[in-house]
Ligand binder design. Structure first.
Ligand code: GTP
Ligand code: MG
Length: 575
């Protein structure tokens, strides 16, 4: 399915042609019928000879309704460009062509209408005139089909030409980021709010939880149902004319220009940097002075303009600009816009969104589409955030971040140095910030164990701690930590690693416990009815001060068991 817009000067036969091709009258309003003039967008669809479907967005040609034309052409794949053979190229032929170019439309056929009421020579002159005017544009080389709707001349040929065109026109990409710029919103009897638009970027399905972004902010909504071309669907992919029945918002709160997107998937912005191509035909330069209106998506927004670099952009030139919007829109680099000056009511130019969250001051900013620039300007960007900012998914380079190489190298070097000089305890990982921890985890020359980082291959630097050695040297009358002057953090770490055993405010070497267990085992084999603290004190050659805590350790380990005043064998007594 493709969506195709009509374009061309007022009264050149766009709506008549759509009706002739589809049997659906795109002029929906009584006033349109009475005046014989399209005022607002019209919608129709048909099946082409090959069987592929096509939906039309029929736009008004009158310059007064240009705003409506702009709301309809933003997301289409191609156009049927209409020029009446009777009148030939006219001002809105020119303006519509420029607008389609600025919006990045790349495919189209040309219908030379009303050939039935001019002679062949006249029609041929009109054709040559059209060829001249489209030279160098995306319509250069496009098929030109002479048609006359009332008599049916050329309609079959136009259908075939459209078929060929659309076969060569890529369908809208699916990047799993659906966005629907709303071009209509109304209440359907019994169904509530319905919004319509041309869906791009991804699929929508019944039940989806979405947000409507409008001037007032975000409304959470749920998709109750979907329709395309009069048919209900459970889900619809990008490139479809789509009517969405929404729960959670009144139709008055969703106007043309609003966007329907998934929550959290888009960066909403009031400010963006963009390219601006100024039209050749403009008779003045473009500077920040002027009352500008930007057409983005299906909306019209007054904007403030700042030229990046020079003060002005000359006609026919391309420059860089920063635009300030009155609303925060879900935009992404690559989006197109058209800029008009409301005072003079003229189309100034248009361009491509390059940066939806400019990080640099206007005097420094030199935006382009590169993801690397976005990363370099920030240093660290969360991978999800980077996708919102650029529309592109990049694998995180450190933790959950995509990190500028210079920054990550600097941080890695700093952390390696911190680890290397951290001393026997190693570096306390918990004391680092999230980014440092992520960098640390990526360092090959660092080993993290028990929340401490040490140079890889260094073994356990605490194993050789002098207190450990001192405890082992005097197993049953060991020195106290205070007396030995051991740092509290080191002591906690020694205990945590099992290099030191703490009991009742005293400290022992692990080997002392094993030794005590063996000796108490021997005693108990001789005195199975039980041994007293005094027996153990003597056997170990120590005093009560250490014998009691040692026995408490043995009790806790199940080596001994306390019964009245004596210890008897526990379940784990070594044999
Ligand atoms: N003879 C002849 N008349 C045509 C043809 N196409 C359109 N007309 C007539 O031209 C007039 C304008 O046609 P529309 O289809 O309303 O023109 P339009 O381009 O849609 O006009 P806007 O939407 O207002 O820009 C109508 O009276 C049509 O009947 C054609 O191919 N041959
Ligand atoms: Mg019309």
């Amino acid at each position: 399915m493709h969506v195709v817009a009509t374009a061309g000067h007022v009264d050149h036969g766009k709506s008549t042609l759509v009706l002739a091709l589809t049997n659906i009258d795109p002029d929906r309003f009584a006033e349109e019928k009475r005046r014989g003039l399209t005022i607002d967008l019209g919608f129709a669809w048909t099946t082409l000879p090959s069987g592929q479907g096509v939906a039309f967005v029929d736009v008004p040609g009158h310059v007064r309704f240009l705003k409506n034309m702009l709301a309809g052409v933003g997301a289409v794949d191609a156009c049927v460009f209409v020029v009446a053979a009777t009148e030939g190229w006219k001002p809105q032929s020119e303006e519509h062509l420029r607008i389609l170019e600025l919006l990045g439309i790349q495919h189209g056929v040309i219908a030379l209408t009303k050939v039935g009421i001019v002679d062949d020579d006249h029609a041929e002159l009109a054709r040559l005139d059209v060829i001249d005017h489209v030279a160098g544009t995306f319509l250069d080389g496009a098929e030109i089909v002479g048609v006359d709707a009332p008599t049916g001349v050329g309609l079959g040929g136009l259908r075939l030409a459209l078929d060929r065109l659309l076969t060569d026109t890529p369908t809208a990409a699916d990047v799993d980021r659906p966005r629907l710029w709303v071009d209509r919103s109304f209440a359907a009897a019994g169904a509530g709010t319905v919004v319509t638009g041309t869906l791009t970027g991804g699929r929508l399905a019944a039940g989806d939880e979405l947000v409507v972004v409008n001037d007032a902010g975000e409304h959470q909504v749920r998709v109750r149902g979907l329709q395309s071309l009069g048919q209900s669907h459970d889900a619809l992919g990008p490139g479809n004319r789509t009517a969405v029945n929404l729960v959670g918002v009144h139709h008055h709160d969703v106007a043309r220009g609003a966007a329907l997107v998934r929550a959290g998937q888009w960066h909403r912005t009031n400010t963006f940097d963009a390219s601006l191509s100024v039209l050749d035909a403009l008779d003045h330069t473009v500077s920040r002075r002027g009352a500008y209106v930007a057409y983005i998506g299906s909306g019209e927004h007054p904007v403030r303009l700042r030229i990046l670099g020079p003060d002005a952009i000359a006609a026919g030139e391309r420059g860089l600009v920063r635009l300030h919007l009155p609303v925060a829109l879900p935009l992404v680099p690559g989006d197109r816009f058209v800029l008009r000056e409301s005072g003079r009511s003229e189309t100034v130019g248009g361009g491509e969104v390059l940066d939806v969250a400019p990080a640099l001051r206007a005097s420094k900013a030199r935006p382009d589409r590169s993801v690397e620039r976005v990363v370099a300007e920030r240093g660290w960007v969360d991978a999800d955030e980077l996708e919102r900012l650029t529309g592109e998914r990049r694998a995180p380079t450190v933790g959950r971040w995509v990190v500028d190489e210079v920054r990550s190298t600097t941080r890695a070097e700093r952390l390696q140095a911190m680890v290397n000089t951290a001393g026997p305890l190693g570096l306390d990982v918990a004391a680092l910030d999230e980014r440092d921890r992520a960098v640390l985890a990526s360092l090959d020359a660092v080993m993290v164990s028990g929340g401490r980082a040490a140079p890889a291959g260094s073994g356990d630097p605490l194993a050789g701690h002098p207190f450990v050695a001192a405890l082992a040297a005097a197993p049953f009358m060991p020195p106290t930590a205070d007396g030995f002057g051991v740092d509290r953090a080191e002591l906690r770490e020694l205990v945590r690693r099992g290099l030191v055993v703490e009991q009742d405010g005293l400290w022992f070497a692990p080997s002392a416990i094993d030794d005590a267990a063996a000796r108490v085992g021997e005693l108990l084999r001789a005195q199975p009815d039980g041994v007293t603290v005094a027996d153990v004190r003597e056997a170990l050659g120590t005093t009560r001060k250490w014998a009691v805590p040692l026995l408490n350790i043995l009790d806790a380990r199940g080596i001994t068991r306390r019964r009245d005043d004596v210890r008897i064998a526990g379940p784990r007594l070594p044999t």
